[in-house]
Design a protein around this ligand. Sequence first.
Ligand SMILES: [Cu+2]
Length: 140
Amino acid sequence: MIPAALLVLSGCAAPAPTDSAPEQQSPSASADESLTPGENEVITIGLKFMPETITVPVGTTVTWRNGETIGHTITSGAWGDVNESTGIRGSQTPDGLFDHALAPKGQEGDTFSFTFDEPGEYPYFCQPHLAMNAMVIVEG
Ligand SMILES: [Cu+2]
């Protein structure tokens, strides 16, 4: 014989916890998003390579993407004697490893990819823009 009152008490469940994990609504960053380099990616923006130095493991394919409506080149080779105040290089020596004319953003050819199969330091530059000097470091 079980008293009815006991049944009522035992049946009284604790209030269900409200599942109220706040959802992180990412703010709309449409414009900025396209100018953020992805993994193993370099963006040309503001007459600069971003990032200017990228370090990747050997065997990595690096992709360049034009983030502006100006053409650039991705030209491998050494540059030297960069003026510290202007950022302008005093010399450039294309080495023929890669040389791609990067079309303006939104046009065919506005990206370029190259796979680095050997460790080392790979300087490169944009031929018409003397302050666009950058480096890929490939770690073995
Ligand atoms: Cu350029």
